[in-house]
Design a protein around this ligand. Structure first.
Ligand code: ADP
Length: 259
């Protein structure tokens, strides 16, 4: 990435903060209202938005980021699955879409997300995994983060489609601790058992082959416009997701540090 691109992203993040705070001079906004995570020694990253196709490793990278920077992971897939598990009205409605590999409508998704982001542990920032998934969601998120005065880092994990397919069909999850494995690329030490707690691994219903094709199509159709929206504004940070997880994490960290 060139120095100019980096500089232009810094400028767009500064502009975002300025608009968010309503301050006239950028300098005063930055000195007076700059949140602690931008300020100095104890550097935090605020909001990190992880974008990428299903199976690109967003959850794995979220876990690494949360361990390193102590901000919570907000996974919209997990928030929805939690509603389904608890059998709430929203969960029952969302379940139909999720089982079909379709996006849950914003009228269900956005209130669940807003509610979660208003909790105290999100005040210093958070990692967003699985949101935004559409252009409309990207715009809602910008409005929401402007209200909170938290300019996001937008990271896109890029992985070729043919590899994604194997990544998704091979994915197995621990239903207890949510850790994920892959029978082709990242198998557990003992077949089909979680390394951390020995629980039998499961395949998510939406990781079945025909559902996967639909999810990848949905990504192309719905999420690509959100990615282009960020790219047009010079806010998109591209990371090669087709390398070992620790390498991906390293690339994310160095790009975040240079923003
Ligand atoms: P993956 O990252 O593997 O695609 P997720 O766990 O993020 O899976 O999401 C599972 C399902 O939850 C999606 O297929 C979709 O139905 C629903 N979902 C998750 N996030 C969103 C969102 N931002 N908007 C609408 N639906 C969502």
């Amino acid at each position: 990435m060139g120095a100019m691109q980096r500089e232009s992203r810094k400028v767009s993040r500064r502009r975002f903060l300025k608009e968010a705070t309503g301050a006239v001079g950028a300098a005063s906004a930055l000195t007076i209202l700059k949140p602690r995570w931008v300020r100095g020694a104890e550097k935090e990253f605020g909001v990190v938005v992880l974008l990428g196709p299903p199976g690109a490793g967003k959850s794995e990278q979220s876990r690494r980021l949360t361990a390193r920077h102590s901000i919570p992971i907000i996974s919209t897939g997990d928030l929805l699955r939690d509603q389904v598990r608890r059998g709430t009205q929203l969960g029952l409605q969302a379940d139909t879409y999720m089982k079909a590999g379709q996006l849950v409508p914003d009228s269900l998704m956005n209130p669940i997300l807003e509610d979660r982001l208003s909790q105290p542990d999100c005040a210093r920032g958070f990692i967003l995994d699985g949101y935004p998934r559409t252009l409309a969601q990207a715009e809602s998120l910008d409005a929401l983060l402007k209200r909170k005065g938290l300019p996001p880092h937008i990271i896109l994990l890029e992985v070729p489609t043919e590899r994604l397919f194997k990544l998704l069909t091979g994915r197995r999850i621990c239903p207890r601790c949510n850790r994920s494995y892959n029978i082709y690329f990242q198998p557990p030490q003992k077949e089909n058992l979680c390394d951390a707690d020995g629980t039998t691994l499961v395949q998510r219903p939406d990781d079945k082959e025909e559902v996967i094709r639909r999810r990848l199509d949905t990504y192309q159709r719905e999420t690509q416009p959100a990615i282009e929206y960020y790219a047009r504004q010079g806010r998109l940070v591209r990371v090669n997701g087709d390398q070992p997880p620790e390498k991906v994490a390293g690339e994310i960290e160095s790009k975040l540090a240079s923003q």
